[in-house]
Design a binder for this molecule. Structure first.
Ligand code: NAP
Length: 253
């Protein structure tokens, strides 16, 4: 029987590239994001290329009831989720004192609250079935404070710490949590967050990042994966440097 993967933020960037990889391996897909048109276009394309089934769920995950509505809709249709990918997220560039509070709170709702609720809802049936995989998309931002993107970096620290903790709690089950930590990646993220990556940073493509995450997920063990050697080295080195210095370095980048 075919397996089903649910991907949030499947309408662009890393989520869209992950959807392609799951489809190539014949997973049926539940595609979640706000842009219904883009999701329908992707669903049609993947269905015809790979003879899979797709379901488009257009939801704004900053709305409190979205995770419950998504879960209920899938239950009603007897669709069980074998792989959950919590990928939807956004950032904002600017000093905290100047940034719009509503936008910052929406970011917390999307990057943290909806991810926690989706994990809670879909983990339980996986534990009952004694099988399932979850991918949480964090960031290299998770490893240190991020001046000028203070709330975004803090949300990704939450995702990393939360995911590692739950992975440890469920280590003796057959359910795994893969935490993907991409560094700078070319997607719509830059435009939405109002940032430009400096040339000194090695920017990866969404397809490269998705492949790294997908391969790690298929190792069937919980893990944290940082994309690219430079990003790995930076995330590793911040452990040994004074936090004040690390914070200053990030501010200068
Ligand atoms: N790009 C980078 O440099 C980078 C680095 C590290 C980590 N990440 C993380 O990677 C993840 C994917 O981002 P990306 O780079 O692929 O950016 P992206 O191209 O902007 O994709 C973001 C996805 O999230 C969806 N989304 C945004 N707001 C939503 C909402 N309120 N409700 C439901 N879906 C929503 C978007 O779809 P709709 O607009 O259709 O809703 C889109 O599909 C994010 O968690 C991001 O923090 C990105």
């Amino acid at each position: 029987m075919s397996q089903t993967a649910l991907i949030t933020g499947a309408s662009s960037g890393i989520g869209l590239e992950l959807a392609k990889l799951f489809a190539q391996d014949k997973y049926d897909l539940v595609l979640v994001a706000r842009n219904e048109g883009k999701l329908n276009e992707l669903a049609k394309d993947l269905e015809s290329k790979y003879q899979i089934k797709t379901k488009v769920l257009s939801f704004d995950l900053t709305h409190d009831d979205s995770p419950q509505l998504i879960f209920a809709e899938l239950q009603k249709e007897n669709i069980s989720i074998d792989v959950l990918v919590n990928n939807a997220g956004f950032g904002t560039y600017g000093d905290f004192k100047d940034n719009n509070l509503t936008t910052e709170l929406e970011m917390i709702k999307l990057n943290i609250s909806s991810l926690v609720e989706m994990t809670k809802l879909f983990l339980e049936p996986m534990l009952v079935r004694k099988s399932g995989k979850i991918m949480q998309v964090a960031s290299t931002a998770a490893f240190q404070p991020g001046p000028h993107m203070a709330v975004y970096y803090a949300t990704k620290s939450f995702v990393l710490n939360f995911s590692e903790a739950v992975a440890e709690e469920i280590k003796n089950t057959n359910v795994t949590i893969t935490t993907l930590c991409p560094g700078p990646t070319t997607t719509n993220f830059q435009k939405i967050s109002n940032i430009e990556f400096p040339e000194s940073l090695k920017v990866m493509t969404a397809s490269e990042v998705a492949k790294i995450g997908y391969n790690e997920l298929n190792k069937n063990k919980s893990s944290v994966v940082i994309t690219g050697l430079r990003n790995k080295l930076f995330a590793f080195s911040v452990r040994f440097l004074p936090r004040k210095l690390v914070t200053k370095i990030v501010a200068s980048i």
